[in-house]
Unconditional design. Structure first.
Length: 315
């Protein structure tokens, strides 16, 4: 019966006309550059049938493109010597509403079959037309997808190959990046539920570690990360005394709840920028904001961190 159903589906898809269904903080790191991708010519808009089997496999001699037509975009990545391809379909107002991942020409992940319910997704990098970000972290092939279905903040889906199987490890409303925070050659996941604002409204990125099939916050490593950032941002401001570098420095002081230390160093910060108190320069502007307490208090935010979600959030 399974063969007959599949044969009927093929006949149906072959007879379909082209009318079908109509259809990105923060922190960056050189190590997270996406793997180069190749794009295939899109087929007419459509959404592939979803198999009830645990994994959708390419059968016989038919190519993936023949079995699952109608994709609007395809890209290919080389990860750990294996070829991964991502196919996208769209039946909505965003760049895609469904995706499938193939490894060495075999479908290994179907977003609908896995129960990922989302209104739509957008390219991970609109300017470079990168639809998904691919990287190796903790020795694992990893794919990141950016959702954009009218959420007020960022949302990300992360797939990682664990014990030979692509699994959803993050499906949460967070702004997400990978960085080598402790300079040991390995990437760590940093996530924030808030993209930040200016002035003095930083995104609160926390360092997470993968335990028991879920990312949980590591407070000690998050604290150390910002201690290190304080040194880096101060040196950056000293070398390039501009408003953007000064804002980044003040944000770290706020995140660490050490604005009193920042106030004590303002004479030095004025000097580096060639400014003086009350002259209307950016250092003076920020000094007044801090003195007046014109910012959202975030004391104790590290103690309130929660594990990242990894199941379908929107139905």
């Amino acid at each position: 019966m399974r063969f007959v159903s599949f044969f009927i589906m093929l006949m149906f898809l072959a007879g379909c006309s082209s009318s079908g269904d109509n259809g990105n903080a923060g922190h960056t790191s050189p190590t997270e550059n996406p793997v180069s991708a190749t794009q295939a010519s899109p087929s007419p808009l459509a959404s592939p049938a979803v198999s009830a089997s645990p994994a959708v496999e390419a059968t016989g001699t038919a190519s993936i493109e023949d079995q699952y037509p109608g994709f609007v975009h395809k890209e290919s990545f080389d990860l750990n010597g294996q070829t991964y391809e991502v196919y996208y379909w769209n039946s909505g107002d965003f760049d895609y509403t469904q995706f499938e991942v193939a490894k060495n020409r075999e479908i290994v992940f179907d977003s609908k079959q896995k129960g990922l319910s989302f209104e739509g997704g957008n390219k991970f990098d609109q300017a470079k037309s990168i639809w998904a970000k691919a990287l190796i972290q903790n020795g694992r092939p990893t794919l990141l997808f950016s959702l954009a279905d009218n959420r007020p903040e960022s949302a990300t889906i992360v797939l990682e190959e664990i014990e030979g199987e692509l699994q959803v490890t993050v499906n949460d409303d967070v702004l997400l990046t990978f960085e080598d925070v402790d300079q040991d050659g390995k990437l760590e996941l940093l996530a924030s539920p808030y993209s930040g604002q200016v002035p003095l409204g930083p995104a609160l990125f926390a360092v997470y570690e993968f335990k028991n099939n879920q990312y949980i916050p590591n407070r000690a490593r998050t604290q150390q990360y910002y201690e290190d950032q304080l040194v880096i941002e101060e040196q950056h401001y000293k070398t390039e005394p501009e408003e953007s570098t000064f804002e980044s420095l003040m944000d770290v002081y706020l995140i660490l709840d050490r604005l009193d230390e920042a106030e004590a160093k303002f004479p030095e910060y004025y000097k580096w920028a060639g400014q003086t108190a009350g002259d209307g320069g950016f250092v003076s502007v920020y000094h007044k904001l801090i003195e007046a307490g014109t910012y959202d208090p975030i004391k104790g935010w590290m103690d309130k961190l929660k594990p990242l979600g990894h199941t379908s959030l929107h139905h």
